[in-house]
Design a protein around this ligand. Structure first.
Ligand SMILES: [Zn+2]
Length: 296
C-alpha cells in the first residue's frame, strides 16, 4: 500500500525547526509542487533541496515561508510557500528554466517510480492543502498563525485551534460464501472494480458507517463486520479503515441512483486482477481472491 515504504522510516512527529540547505524544499504553487524531472520523465521526478531551490533566480528574491512537515529516514521535508499574489508569476518563470523542472500535480504522485517519493509527495500535498484552506479564522476572519508546539493553526483572537483535515472513511468487502461484491463508479475517472466505500458521518462508529454505506449504495444488509487494515489516503484527505462483512439475507443488489454503475458478485476465480498496488481496496480484493479466510 502507499504507506508501506520499508525499509525507509516515515516520522510525522511535530517539530518546530528551521531548514538546513541540504533538507528537501517542496515549493508549492496552489496544490502543485516544484520538482526536478530528469530527462523530462514525470515518473522519475525528485524533490529539490534548499540549496537547489535557492539557486533559482526567480525564487531567490521572493519572500518565503518554510514549514517542517516530516522526515523519512534522516531526510527532512519542508513545505515552502510564497505570498499568494506571487505564485502565478513564480510558476510561469520557473517553467521557463526548461524541462529539468516541473510543477507536479497530486495525481502524478500515484505513478512515481520510487514509491516512497510518491508517499512523501502526497502526504506533503495534504498538509499543504490544509494550510491553503485555513489561512483565516472561520469565526472572526483574522489570519491564523502556526503553533510552535503542535501541528495546528491558531486564532489568537478567538483562541480557536484548527488541526489538519483527516476525514475517517470506510472500505468494505461484502462476502457471500465464496463470492465478493465488486462495484464500479458511474461518474468518476476511476473505472476499475472497487469495493463499497464512504465517509463517516457525525455520530457514527466505523461499523455504523459500514452498515449505512452498504444499504445506501447497494441495498444490502451485512453482519460479522471484521476489521482488516487501515490506510492514510491523502488524495482525499482521508483515513480509510478496511473491513470485510458477511451478507445478511437477500443478495439482490439495488444500486443507488447515480453513484454506482455496477454491483456484481464475483467468485474468487472470476475476480479481475487489479495492478494498482498502492490502494487498500486493491489489496483487499487480492487478499480475498487469493483464498484467505477474511473473517479469522
Ligand atoms: Zn478568530
Amino acid at each position: 500500500m502507499i504507506q508501506d515504504i520499508e525499509p525507509r522510516k516515515f516520522d510525522i512527529t511535530f517539530k518546530d525547526m528551521k531548514p538546513k540547505n541540504t533538507d528537501y524544499a517542496l515549493l508549492f504553487c496552489e496544490e502543485f509542487v516544484l520538482m526536478k524531472q530528469p530527462d523530462g520523465q514525470e515518473r522519475a521526478a525528485e524533490f529539490l533541496t534548499f540549496n537547489e531551490l535557492n539557486a533559482l533566480e526567480e525564487v531567490r528574491e521572493v519572500k518565503k515561508r518554510s514549514t517542517y512537515l516530516f522526515s523519512i529516514d534522516d531526510n527532512k521535508y519542508f513545505s515552502v510557500n510564497i505570498p499568494k499574489e506571487k505564485e502565478m508569476d513564480c510558476r510561469k518563470k520557473v517553467i521557463r528554466e526548461g524541462k529539468v523542472l516541473a510543477w507536479i500535480s497530486q495525481n502524478a504522485f500515484r505513478a512515481l517510480k520510487e514509491k516512497w517519493l510518491g508517499f512523501a509527495g502526497i502526504t506533503a500535498v495534504q498538509i499543504n492543502r490544509w494550510f491553503l484552506n485555513h489561512r483565516y479564522c472561520g469565526r472572526c476572519g483574522k489570519p491564523l498563525i502556526y503553533s510552535k508546539t503542535e501541528r495546528s493553526l491558531i486564532c489568537e483572537n478567538c483562541h480557536i485551534t484548527e488541526y489538519p483535515k483527516i476525514s475517517p472513511a470506510i472500505i468494505v468487502g461484502i462476502v457471500d460464501g465464496d463470492k465478493l461484491l465488486l462495484t464500479r463508479y458511474a461518474d468518476r475517472p476511476y473505472k476499475r472494480y472497487a469495493l463499497i466505500a464512504g465517509f463517516s458521518e457525525v455520530g457514527e462508529a466505523l461499523e455504523d458507517t459500514v452498515k449505512r454505506e452498504v444499504m445506501e449504495e447497494v441495498g444490502l444488509k451485512v453482519k460479522d463486520i471484521t476489521y482488516y487494515k487501515s490506510q492514510p489516503w491523502s488524495f482525499s484527505d482521508s483515513l480509510l479503515a478496511g473491513f470485510f462483512a458477511r451478507l445478511d439475507g437477500d443478495n439482490t443488489v439495488t444500486l443507488a441512483d447515480g453513484e454506482l454503475a455496477e454491483g456484481t458478485w464475483f467468485s474468487r476465480e472470476q475476480i479481475p486482477v487489479n495492478q494498482e498496488e498502492i490502494a487498500l481496496t486493491a489489496e483487499m480484493i487480492r487478499y480475498f481472491a487469493d483464498g484467505n479466510d477474511v473473517f479469522k
